[in-house]
Design a protein around this ligand. Sequence first.
Ligand SMILES: Nc1ncnc2c1ncn2[C@@H]1O[C@H](COP(=O)(O)OP(=O)(O)OP(=O)(O)O)[C@@H](O)[C@H]1O
Length: 785
Amino acid sequence: MTTTPPQQSGARFARSPRISSLPPRPHTWLRDSFCLGTTAVGASAAAPLFGYSALAMPAAAGLSIAAVYAGVAGKRKQLRDVDIDEVIDRLCPIVGLPEATRAVLSTSKWSRGWPGLPGKLTVHYDSTQALNDETWLADICGVFEDQGWGFFELDKHDPARRRLIFTPAAEPEREVSDSDQVVRAKRIIAQLLGPTATVTAIDVAAETGEVTSMEVRHELGPKLESDGYRTRVERGMSATLPGRWRARWNLETDWVRFEQRTAFPDSVWLPAPDLDPGADLLASYDSVEIPYGIDEDGNEVVWRPAIDPNLMLIGPPGSGKTVTAHNLLVNFSRRGWPIWVLDGKYVEFLGFQDWPNVQVVATTIEQQVALVHRARDLMEFRYQKIVTGEATEADFEPVLVFLDEWAEFRGNVEDWYSRAKPKGGARQPPVLSMLASMARKARTSRVHLVFGTQRPDAQYFLGDMRDNFAMRISMGRLSPQGALMMWQSPTIGTSVPRKCRGRGTTVTDNYQPIEIQCYRVPDPRKTHAGTFESDLLDTLRPPITRHPRLLIVPPDELPDIDATDDTSEPAPLTYFDYIEAEWVLASDRPDLDPVLRRAKMTHETDRRLASPTALLGLLGGRAEPTNEAAVELDDYRTPTAAGATDAASFLDQLSAPQLGESSAARGESSRARLALVKEPAAATEPEIPADGGAEVFDIPDDSPDTYEDQYGPVRDVRAADVALGDLLLMEDIDEWVVVDTDPEPDIIEDSLLSLTWRSDTDEFGDLALPDSSYVSIRKPIQVSG
Ligand SMILES: Nc1ncnc2c1ncn2[C@@H]1O[C@H](COP(=O)(O)OP(=O)(O)OP(=O)(O)O)[C@@H](O)[C@H]1O
């Protein structure tokens, strides 16, 4: 009898860590036979061959083979036998032997080492019944592996002799058990989408182990038809897992893919890829693509004018509308298109007045009216040529016409027309009724429109206007009412963060609305030499000018043909005189060229222009403002000094009608003035819920939001009365955020109401609260079309 030193046994077990976790094996047969064994290991090492007659080996009964060999073959053999007996111990039940017997296993081709590893294992079985067990072979190999012999695979099955031969194999690929992060993500999916939801695919970041995407099959069915429910699931993911998440739903197949969102960049300058500046405009027309921004995944969004002839660009002040218009202008100029600009605000496109391929920037109302008429005439001219068979669409070079700040232009032209209306002329300026027909004729005539205005009024979507402006960009945040007009949905574009300039909504190639960050372009008028912006403009500037600059010549005043004496006034110019104004090459009329005029300026601004009183000519002759002058100006601005000077009373008159203040009210604080503006806002805002519980408050003086931001006064309402599109005060962070879905029961705690929100800086989340609790909101102001 020998015993195996415990430390050696320990060393061997270390090779096979998994064995230590196995349940203790039944050793009854050993104990029965070797009741004198000194230790369990030693007893095991001295296992007998006995019991199973068909496989019984000659030197069996009652003797320990291990004991016999120990003295003969030394310790290595002894250790190997210990291993073998342990394997036999577990193997016999697997191959269907009721009792352990060494006949079940023979080993050979041992490697060197201590005690080495077998290179070939032959397993004898008695009953073929086990062959029906699918896991049989895997179980046998598992025993070898647990013993620390490494990985084996079946090399040969000899059914006649009922034996299996195993040889070493490469480590099989195992299913990795879920990390804690994965387990947690699956648990959250079950909470949000129900216990029957199954995660069918999952991606994990290699470095952090963080879950980055998941595909899930679920049985939520009709519940998911609600936009709000789907948004809540998304928000639930973002609130409980690292990162910001979005979901791509397939409601028809009950499938959803969740993925971590990437954040939009704050600013992306317009790229300047190499383009052929002399490309044939006719040949390249169909393939022209104008990239104007990127979506959340960094994919470029493009306008293809050959497919969608016109583009509508909507955006409130400060949203980045002008920069986006400049971005389109630069894009087209680089592709060699001639460009005409109606600049409703007069100053937005001045910097591009001498930009290559920009032919005309109309900056007076007369020029603007003339420009629209000429563009319309060009369309008609081309139509006629097609009708008479003198040309086809393919013969016309494309032209891009900006009609920017149309609402502004509209107001100006109506005002101006009251003076320029010819006798018997139409009541409304004809130019205003041309928009729809121009939009309709754009494709055939290849005179393409970029129509820009601040608000999506209903009149711009009447008739076929909607179809003729299928390509759209809305910059900044829309009101629910505006969103319905633009995107036929009260939700799309209503939560665009207001502090993210250049952020907007547009359509994909399939006309699906999508949030984008528009490319940015420096304004040449505001760019200083030697800066990054100026270098970028140099890169973007087309190297050749293919279309010369044009000027619209102011019509001459007409002599009064009915005059009988020298004192008669010349006949006033009318609308028709202006629209027929002559167009000339700028090079032919340097005397009229505003670009040359600006180039001749000294660029030293008269400092006196800084004061509003420059308008009145009151500070003339004083190049440097003195302290005395400063005091005078302060006097003008101080209400108590009213009537002190003529100039002061003049300023008061100027401001009085705008503010609508009585002279008594002029002494009140700025808070009182805010209250004055409130009335029209309140008059146009939507119906207040009839619960009577809503309270109206003054906007605090320090509120960052004023009525100009298209929201009404602050109200306290029940959570259940909050609506999509409302501004909601998040008291803990003291910030106004926009509610971006209609309130619905919380997914997890349905006794609570869930309000999902998005902030001006693009944070978002949801708030679960009892529906009777009160929150502070501001409703969007309804604007009549
Ligand atoms: N795409 C953009 N990326 C980053 N910043 C931008 C972007 N577009 C605009 N901005 C920033 O926002 C400012 C306002 O932009 P822009 O003048 O285009 O606004 P707007 O909507 O035309 O307003 P307004 O009608 O008052 O001119 C710009 O000066 C610029 O700093």
